[in-house]
Design a protein around this ligand. Structure first.
Ligand SMILES: CC(C)(COP(=O)(O)OP(=O)(O)OC[C@H]1O[C@@H](n2cnc3c(N)ncnc32)[C@H](O)[C@@H]1OP(=O)(O)O)[C@@H](O)C(=O)NCCC(=O)NCCS
Length: 230
């Protein structure tokens, strides 16, 4: 039996993928900014290896995309927004000489194809890139999609804790946790226009054990610890 995953090819983004990426971002996100040709051209000029697409090889359709850059984490404030960490989406702050942290600027999958392993395939390729570049870690802001439904009952931090414990079914954070990420902090105003997260995001980290030294690990707050059973 074949599964959708068997048909998925992950490869580096090419300029002829841009129209499909732009269309995909409008399908995935109800709010701006969406990807556009100027931003995507900048990504390929700056860090082509960090730009990935997932293609359904049975139809040739683009079904997912991931964008990343390398940053020198200590130059940044952990409370910063998506625009701050990605230079307004241009990725011109990419710093492969001094940087040791791969920063995840985007991962998205076509809504009709979600939960069929495409996001995992993109993340596997991203982890391979980190291993090839001998970087110690990936960090990113994981939007707390779904928080808007709980905002009248709890803080965003408590929402994240409940999602981590499996007491609330989250929508994006469970995916990142499944990829081996851990939560370092919850921050406001990461994506201010996002109606589903109300702007809140979890700052997340994945460690490349082949390259990391103890100082590369973030400071874990025990309240964000995974339950033993996970
Ligand atoms: C987050 C996203 C990229 C995940 O991609 P995906 O292809 O659906 O993920 P996968 O199928 O590889 O999921 C792997 C596992 O993650 C978990 N997971 C993924 N989406 C989940 C969800 N909505 N709710 C709960 N768990 C989820 C599940 O454990 C899943 O395994 P399972 O389906 O066997 O149970 C996708 O949902 C998406 O594009 N979301 C909108 C854009 C977005 O918010 N991107 C993240 C920006 S921070």
């Amino acid at each position: 039996m074949t599964t959708p995953r068997d048909h998925i090819l992950v490869r580096q983004t090419r300029p002829d993928d841009f129209p499909a990426i732009i269309a995909l971002s409008k399908t995935v996100y109800s709010f701006p900014p969406h990807w556009n040709e100027r931003l995507l051209t900048s990504h390929l000029a700056i860090f082509p290896e960090g730009q990935l697409v997932a293609i359904d090889s049975s139809s040739g359709t683009l079904v997912g995309m991931a964008a990343s850059l390398v940053i020198r984490w200590n130059d940044y404030n952990v409370q910063g927004s998506w625009k701050y960490f990605t230079d307004e989406g241009m990725l011109t702050n990419h710093d492969p000489v001094r940087g040791r942290t791969l920063y995840g600027a985007e991962v998205m999958v076509s809504p009709t194809m979600q939960r069929s392993g495409i996001g995992s395939a993109l993340y596997a390729a991203r982890r391979r890139l980190v291993e090839d570049l001998a970087l110690p870690r990936i960090r990113a802001g994981a939007r707390l999609r779904g928080y808007s439904r709980y905002a009248d009952k709890m803080t965003a931090e408590d929402y994240a804790v409940n999602v981590i414990r499996g007491e609330i079914t989250g929508m994006t954070l469970p995916f990142q946790l499944k990829q081996g990420f851990r939560v370092l902090a919850v921050v406001p105003d990461y994506l201010p226009g996002d109606p589903e997260s109300l702007g809140y995001a979890a700052v997340i980290e994945w460690i490349n054990r082949q390259a990391a030294t103890p100082s590369d690990y973030g400071t874990y707050d025990p309240k964000f610890a995974l339950p033993e059973s996970r």
